[in-house]
Ligand binder design. Sequence first.
Ligand SMILES: C[S@@+](CC[C@H](N)C(=O)[O-])C[C@H]1O[C@@H](n2cnc3c(N)ncnc32)[C@H](O)[C@@H]1O
Length: 266
Amino acid sequence: MFTLTQDWLRRYYGSKDNQKKDAENWLLRHGKNVPKDKIDAWSYYKHLIEYQPNTPDIVPQCMDAIGTEFRSELEAHSWVNSLRCPTPARAYKEVLELVHPNSILELGVGGDSAISTGIYLAFLEEQKAPRMLSIDYHKLDTVWERYKDVPFWSFEQKDSVQALIDLERMYRDFDLIFIDTIHSYTHTLEELEKSAKMTFFICLDDCDFQGNDFDPEPGGVKKALEVWLEENKDWQRVDLDYGNNVALIEKKVGIQSNGKEGKTYY
Ligand SMILES: C[S@@+](CC[C@H](N)C(=O)[O-])C[C@H]1O[C@@H](n2cnc3c(N)ncnc32)[C@H](O)[C@@H]1O
């Protein structure tokens, strides 16, 4: 059992001394119907208030949870992160329930966000022999502090495609690969192609995203997914109830990439 405390909230979701003023300004500029008399108290929680437009009462909810017992510390992180980004969190949980992975490769952690990381780790700790590897080409900040002691989690700072190449060379496989990086068309296509060699389930965040202005080719994740599924008939999209902007694809058993039935060898 883990009891949520104010110290814990401040340590992992709080503002550092030099961040409090910026947090106040952030609330004034971007907050959603923030009561004026709450600005000072809320600005102690930089990593909660930045998500206040998603969950307007995120700080009061977390304060009310002080003293509440959670199954574990990871479960408490999962709960907080579900408040920070409720919509994707619901989709990630649905994917976990469908795939039931013991091992996850997460591509794209987010310097201080890591909503997916929090949700996945809490699920995995309940599974047998869990393991999770997270990749991001940026250094982790508060996220590293949150999860560095989780025994079945590791992090590597590198490009996601390079990570996939290295993992394939080591014959590594995963029950689920989660893609949430640069979201450009060409990069996502490469991630899909390489991921498909070491898993039967791939989850893509921002699957309706149509590209960044600076991308070498337009289309983003949306086009990459469409093109890749068209060329790989042995993969199909799974219907999700909460799939709003999150896609899950799975490899079809007994089908070749050209869509023909595969031969079975005994
Ligand atoms: C949208 S954020 C990830 C959000 C995170 N999954 C969450 O749930 O909060 C995208 C992350 O991908 C990382 N990233 C972007 N391009 C990358 C690449 N080519 N290789 C590795 N990481 C990349 C960025 O540094 C950023 O932290």
